[in-house]
Design a protein around this ligand. Structure first.
Ligand code: SF4
Length: 374
């Protein structure tokens, strides 16, 4: 790969058609290449066997299939959680995490290298903002995950003798990637255009063909992004990182709250739910004695029941996430009993609520642990 080469993942079908037309090739050649990339998911021009040798040569010289350099692949949960560390052409690193469950496979991808949002509990925040990813670099992480999912289904790289919470029986292993969550490094709404291009590309029924509801974007609470998403044609899922029931605490944990305080955020969420008729999730990371006290749980119930979403409470869902350790952070994970008590208060208050299943903690691949260091 050289700097001058075109990353094919950065082109949509019209872009690809234009590229090959410039070489005097007909439009159907572009469709063939597109299918090789997104249906067959090939990573080598040699495998594009429907093309002439001369065209494959031209592609090899002028283009590349992705530009993320794999630095390290780590496995946890007996091979059913996989974390990839990638180097961007400019040298920064990013990460993606694939989690295989019975009947489904979810990949968590990065949308930026580093992140400017400064959430105090997050490993990525410590890097600051480094760079936006291109649409192609976001797409590339998903295509990697699709290949790995297939490999797991075929028994590659999994410990057949292991048993434990993360192990998936052969007959329950998904044959295809089922979900993409934009919850890795970065804030997708800060890189909206490239992120949305990646969603459209992966959704394209003539290509990768992933259902719109298979995508979930997580936002720190950027109100303009929520409003923009409400107008998009594809019904992707929205998750909002809430993490505190009042402005004082939320601003201390997440500086973005000073720009978009809770009531404004909930109002935008309500508008989003009304416009799209879609359910919205709230993420709430539990930090011992910071935001996990019983009064916080009661305050959260009041906030959701009495605030702008009050009469739409069945359209919401709270995901409780026991915090995963980040070195150098003076925070502690909530004890299990506190997590259970918190959840029970929310449920008694009529708030739909679950606690997220943990994966990948042993390889620092869990939520908030991605720091681009492998
Ligand atoms: S939690 Fe998300 S938005 Fe906040 S700093 Fe980390 S990556 Fe950025």
């Amino acid at each position: 790969m050289t700097d001058e080469q075109i990353n094919l993942y950065d082109l949509d079908l019209p872009g690809l058609t234009e590229l090959v037309a410039g070489w005097g090739e007909p439009a159907y050649r572009a469709r063939q290449i597109y299918r090789h990339l997104y249906v067959q998911n090939v990573v080598d021009f040699e495998a594009m066997t429907t093309l002439s040798k001369a065209l494959r040569e031209k592609l090899r010289r002028d283009c590349c299939i992705g530009n993320l350099e794999p630095v390290r692949l780590q496995q946890g949960d007996a091979g059913f959680t996989r974390k990839a560390l990638w180097k961007l052409p400019q040298g920064e690193t990013i990460e993606s995490v694939l989690m295989i469950y019975p009947g489904r496979a979810t990949v968590c991808v990065s949308s930026q290298a580093g992140c400017p949002m400064g959430c105090v509990f997050c490993a990525t925040a410590k890097l600051g903002f480094l760079r936006d990813l291109t649409a192609g670099q976001i797409v590339e992480q998903v295509l990697w995950a699709a290949r790995e999912t297939k490999a797991v289904a075929e028994g590659e790289g999994v410990d057949a003798l292991a048993n434990g919470a993360g192990v998936v029986a052969p007959e329950e292993r998904p044959s295809r990637l089922s979900n993409v969550v934009f919850m890795g490094m970065g804030e997708a709404f800060n890189n909206y255009d490239a992120w949305w291009d990646s969603v459209e590309r992966l959704h394209d029924p003539d290509g990768f063909n992933m259902g719109a509801r298979s995508f979930t974007v997580s936002t720190v609470g950027l109100v303009p992004g929520i409003r923009r998403l409400a107008k998009e044609s594809l019904p992707v899922n929205l998750a909002i990182s809430l993490h505190a029931p009042d402005d004082e605490l939320r601003s201390a944990l997440m500086p973005v709250n000073k720009a978009y305080p809770i009531q404004e955020l909930l109002q935008a969420t309500r508008e989003y739910a009304e416009e799209t008729h879609r359910r919205v999730s709230f993420e709430y990371v539990l930090l011992q004695e910071k935001n996990d006290a019983m009064e916080h749980a009661h305050a959260l119930v009041r906030l959701l029941r009495d605030g702008p979403l009050g009469d739409r409470i069945q359209w919401t869902h709270v995901n409780l996430i026991p915090w995963n350790p980040v070195p150098g952070t003076p925070l502690e994970r909530s004890h299990r009993k506190r997590v259970e008590a918190f959840q029970s208060i929310l449920r008694s208050g009529g708030i739909p609520c679950t606690t997220r299943m943990e994966r990948g903690t042993e390889i620092d691949a869990a939520c908030g642990q991605l720091a681009g260091q492998g």
